[in-house]
Ligand binder design. Structure first.
Ligand code: XMP
Length: 326
């Protein structure tokens, strides 16, 4: 009978057979569940012949790149390189307000940076990189043709044309028969921390699609700080596992407020918290206790985040709204 333990053994053996005794594998990681579990599996199978690349696109969460590097590199022993491309991404996003344009810029820049890095690694390892790891899940295989970010970015051949064609890389997709809950179980059995196994999903275009309007360093900083406070309080108050996905977004709308005895005229933060099974439809997370918690979070954000004087809670369901604002 099928068990996750036997899946692990079989998959590690299959990977070893595929890659052979000298081959190397490269893959993008984001710190999300899928790419981390896939990376861990590769590390178990071929050790440091698997190379993880984390692209810092300038729109990651607070301290995220350092945290992910520590977790995958130091704690899990995975060979990981963080590529700081923040200025490149933010430079290209300058003046861009249209959501789809933002997504395209980030997607294309990601592929460009990742491909260049993979080529460098290939040189370093004597041209022995033969495979590209992707954390594709079963639902991605059956339903998704749309562009998704880092963890799933390089999901279609089309998106990594360069790597698959120029470097003649072959795809390796160890999670392609699994559903999300199975990936979490796999992660748990592979010894990943609960914190990681139960992480909310985070979109490839990151905070850029959570800053409405132009994405600047300053705007990202505001959304990032508010989000950090929000998630910290959600965890502290025991709501994290009840919520499927939560985040703070920045609305570039100035309204009037009062701080001490002074008038303020600042931007607003929107808080989102949804429950869902498949992310195709979503409900708003709500309860009396949650609303009390939201009020405390609101006052923390307004007090601690400069440039914000108002907090909204997004009560729209999907459909007609979407999970992300952009
Ligand atoms: P929407 O906004 O479409 O989001 O209701 C549904 C789920 O998908 C995530 N999402 C993305 N994930 N790249 C990703 O990797 C993306 O471009 C992207 N856009 C949305 C979103 O966070 C939610 O979980």
């Amino acid at each position: 009978s099928w068990t996750m333990e036997s899946f692990i053994d079989k998959e590690i053996e299959r990977i070893r057979q595929m890659v052979g005794p000298v081959g190397h594998v490269v893959g993008a990681v984001s710190g999300g569940v899928d790419s981390t579990v896939a990376a861990k599996l590769m590390n178990e199978a071929i050790g440091h012949r698997f190379h993880a690349i984390l692209v810092d696109n300038g729109v990651m969460r607070l301290n995220e790149c350092q945290v992910v590097k520590k977790m995958l590199g130091d704690k899990m022993g995975i060979d990981i390189k963080v590529v700081d491309a923040a200025d490149l991404f933010l430079g290209r996003l300058k003046g861009v307000e249209d959501p789809e344009k933002k997504r395209k810029i980030i997607g294309n820049t990601f592929i460009e940076v990742f491909e260049a890095e993979a080529a460098l690694l290939d040189k370093e390892h004597g041209g022995e990189i033969e495979y590209l790891l992707q954390g594709t899940l079963y639902p991605d295989v059956i339903e998704s043709i749309s562009f998704k970010g880092p963890s799933a970015t390089i999901k279609t051949h089309h998106n990594v044309g360069g790597l698959l064609e120029d470097m003649k890389l072959k795809l390796i997709e160890p999670l392609r028969e699994l559903f999300k809950d199975e990936v979490r179980e796999l992660g748990r059995l592979l010894g990943l921390d609960d914190e990681l196994v139960w992480r909310h999903p985070f979109p490839g275009p990151g905070i850029a699609i959570r800053v409405v309007g132009e994405v600047t360093k300053e705007q990202v900083e505001i959304a990032r700080l508010a989000d950090h406070i929000y998630i910290e309080e959600i965890k502290k108050n025991g709501f994290y596992r009840q919520i499927s996905q939560a985040y703070a977004a920045l609305l570039p709308i100035k309204t009037v407020g009062v701080m001490g005895d002074k008038r303020t005229y600042e931007q607003a933060i929107a808080l989102r918290a949804i429950t869902t099974v498949d992310f195709m439809t979503a409900d708003v997370f709500s309860s009396f206790e949650w609303f009390e918690c939201l009020k405390r979070i609101s006052s923390r954000i307004i007090n601690e985040v400069q440039g914000v004087n108002r907090v909204f809670y997004d009560v729209s369901t999907k459909p007609p709204a979407t999970v992300e604002l952009c």
